[in-house]
Design a protein. Structure first.
Length: 368
């Protein structure tokens, strides 16, 4: 197999360039600056349409393409995180060997991987080409980087990674390599409610999750997405409930935003009709005096089956000692804060899952 590193070399057409310049990320000021670098001075009052038409007619070299592509990228895009645990006891040497095999196989496919040992964590830093044919031609192929953290613990190997296709592929390769090294099939543990179909049980998971962040007290829910499976059955004891069942059969998703969403009559109405939470955004406050407030998000990527659990620290509202209140504007969390909160979220998710099992599975078994 011929090794290919990076995007394939091709020449964008005039239409490709024109479509890229029309994108909202390419602002009027960017176009003015781009032209000035080429020795072309235009008025700051010139409209974007005029600048796009003029710029697209110019001859572009590699550096010009690179500059336009840079503005089209979103390096600050926050990606949700997911976690999986492989049930096994492995040594550091076995983990490193599995990572090295991932590196060797992935480089044959055109990806670049670095294996970095950082304390108790082994990092797989993957640089790859992401292809999205729904975008304009100049934006279809983008070089991206994702990081998979491999951590060894008591009777398990934990992988924390971005919730995207490439990271899952790397995680699967690692698991396959580790199975080959150990000579046995390894079980994988993830947060999933696929086998727990009761709507109230699935909503209860999120209710427990937001209240189980160790060291933080629950503050407020600002956004909730709910889902209803039209194939599920609802008890129809009267005509009103029959109407509700019909309503739920046509609407499968709903989004509620505001303050105190879980206490709203609208949420309770949907919840009583068989809708359950699959995505939630909330804030929690550090229990220490003068602690910061954090905004968190958690969701199941597949609402119907409640699988593909992922989460995100969206931002931090610092406590202002002068005003004795939290700042209105949130800031981007530091990498250290992200790691700390991710660990707390993972423990909270495990606590919430165990609470669901105890209340809705074990209690049912006892009744039977």
């Amino acid at each position: 197999m011929t090794k290919q590193y990076g995007p394939s070399i091709y020449i964008p057409t005039d239409k490709n360039i024109f479509d890229a310049l029309q994108h909202k990320k390419i602002t009027q000021s960017i176009l003015v600056s781009f032209l000035r670098k080429r020795g072309i001075f235009v008025s700051n009052a010139a409209s974007k349409d005029e600048l796009v038409n003029y710029t697209a007619a110019l001859t572009f070299d590699f550096n010009d393409f690179k500059e336009i592509a840079k503005h089209l990228e979103n390096p600050n895009r926050k990606e949700k995180v997911t976690r999986t645990s492989i049930q096994t006891t492995s040594s550091t040497q076995e983990v490193l060997a599995a990572c090295q095999q991932v590196k060797d196989k992935s480089e044959d496919e055109g990806d670049t991987i670095k294996v970095v040992k950082d304390g108790d964590t082994t990092k797989l830093i993957v640089t790859y080409t992401d292809t999205d044919f729904t975008k304009t031609e100049l934006r279809q192929r983008t070089r991206k980087t994702c990081e998979v953290d491999v951590m060894t613990g008591d009777n398990e190997v934990t992988l924390r990674m971005p919730a995207n296709k490439k990271a899952r592929e790397v995680a699967l390769k690692f698991k396959t390599n580790l199975e080959s090294i150990k000579g046995e099939v390894l079980q994988e543990e993830v947060v999933s409610l696929e086998n727990i179909v009761k709507p109230e049980a699935r909503s209860y998971f999120f209710d427990m999750l937001i209240k189980s962040i160790n060291g933080y007290s629950f503050d407020n829910v600002s956004h909730v997405d709910v889902f209803h499976d039209p194939d599920s059955s609802l008890d129809e004891e009267d005509d009103d409930e029959a109407d509700g069942s019909s309503f739920a059969g046509y609407i499968t998703k709903a989004a509620l935003a505001g303050s105190g969403v879980l206490e709203s009559s609208e949420f309770n109405q949907l919840h009583n009709r068989g809708f359950y939470i699959y995505r939630i955004i909330w804030t929690s406050i550090e229990s220490l005096t003068g602690g910061d407030k954090i905004e968190l998000e958690a969701q199941f990527g597949s609402p119907s089956s409640c699988t593909d659990f992922k989460y995100l620290l969206r931002g931090v509202f610092n406590y202002n000692d002068r005003n004795k209140a939290h700042n209105v504007t949130k800031r981007t969390p530091t990498p250290r804060e992200v790691n700390q909160i991710n660990e707390l979220l993972e423990k909270a998710a495990k606590t919430a899952y165990e609470a669901v099992i105890k209340k809705f599975v074990e209690s049912e078994n006892e009744k039977n």
